[in-house]
Design a protein around this ligand. Structure first.
Ligand code: UDP
Ligand code: MG
Length: 328
């Protein structure tokens, strides 16, 4: 434990929020690197908030062992897996720092880069987000889809959301307070931070490979995440379905005129079967897509009005009192 850090009385506090889901293979190394990082910090106190997102392996026990030896370590233990974005939200809710840093547990976001974030914060920036210049060790599929996603999202969203930027970032207290006051259930954190505004800047960094284990974001979760991002930051898909409706209606009108003309002016009208099938299938397809888009929005409205807690905490460890409120 680093005594130096504990003694600084008038120091500002930096909170590091680390979401962990089945990360037993990386915890030791992550802890080593984070502590090394803390020992290099000057004039700053640190709290390390690990959010255990309902891991089924020994992640929580490992974290508890560390927390028992180090008063800077706090644990928020979820009652089940609520997902990365919710875990990050819980960490932000519980953080006491003058600045809060979001960082993955798998060391893909190098802790050393946080020094540069802190320097920018001291220069007066409220949000310093890490932009990935390189992403070694990711599949070509993930790279291509991520690239496409950020560009599509930016086209659709009303607030500009930085390209190739994950949740690795530093946020000042005013930004964190605003985030805590945002009640929505669909948390697309990187978009919400852009929405908040204040003075934001990018910090290019080289994203490392995962230290050990495998990605906790399978394709299914990634698709869910991408849909959440687009739907919570844009109503353009609804406009798109109106557009598709218009086009198919126009085509249908032309088809009707054609069918009527054949029926009235010729005697080959039985032969319209192919055109008929195409029209029916096409309009059916457009209708289903449009209903699906509507459904995505309505489902989210339903989620919001249920007003369930965003997450359920089984235990808070290392917080001054028993911890913050149980839900938000
Ligand atoms: N994570 C989480 N809950 C989940 C999935 C992931 O807390 O349901 C954490 C995970 O432990 C890691 C971070 O979110 O610290 C990013 O996940 P991962 O590295 O698997 O995603 P990738 O980097 O492959 O996109
Ligand atoms: Mg990762």
């Amino acid at each position: 434990m680093n005594k130096e850090i504990e003694t600084g009385a008038g120091n500002k506090l930096l909170s590091l929020v680390v979401p962990c889901y089945n990360e037993e293979e990386v915890i030791d190394e992550t802890m080593r690197r984070l502590r090394l990082f803390c020992s290099e910090l000057q004039n700053l106190d640190v709290e390390l908030i690990f959010v255990d997102d309902g891991s089924r392996d020994s992640t929580r026990e490992l974290l508890k062992n560390y927390a028992a030896q180090d008063t800077r370590i706090r644990i928020i233990g979820f009652a089940r897996n609520f997902g990365h974005q919710v875990a990050v939200t819980a960490g932000i809710d519980a953080a006491n720092g003058d600045a809060v840093v979001l960082i993955d547990a798998d060391l893909q976001d190098p802790p050393e880069v946080v020094h540069q974030m802190v320097a920018k914060w001291r220069e007066g920036f409220d949000v310093v987000y890490g932009t990935r210049t390189e992403r070694p060790g990711e599949s070509a599929f993930k790279l291509a889809t991520a690239r496409g996603f950020y560009r599509l999202l930016n086209k659709l969203s009303d607030v500009p959301i930085p390209l190739d930027t994950g949740d690795f970032r530093l946020m000042s207290r005013p930004v964190v307070d605003t985030l805590c006051a945002m009640p929505e259930r669909d948390r697309f954190v990187r978009g919400m931070v852009s929405w908040v505004g204040f003075k934001q800047t990018a910090l290019p960094y080289r994203r490392a490979e995962r230290f050990a284990g495998e990605s906790k974001y399978p394709l299914r979760k990634m698709l869910r995440f991408a849909t959440d991002g687009i739907i919570s930051f844009s109503t353009k898909p609804l406009q798109l379905s109106v557009g598709m409706g218009m086009i198919s209606a126009a085509l249908a009108l032309a088809g009707i005129a054609y069918a009527l003309a054949l029926r009235i002016f010729t005697n080959m009208w039985v032969e319209g079967w192919t055109a008929l099938m195409i029209a029916v299938l096409f309009i059916g397809g457009v209708q289903l897509i449009s209903i699906g888009i509507l459904g995505e929005y309505i489902g989210r409205i339903y989620n919001e009005i249920k007003k369930r807690p965003l997450y359920v905490v089984q235990e808070y460890i290392g917080f001054a009192n028993e911890g913050p409120a149980m839900s938000r």
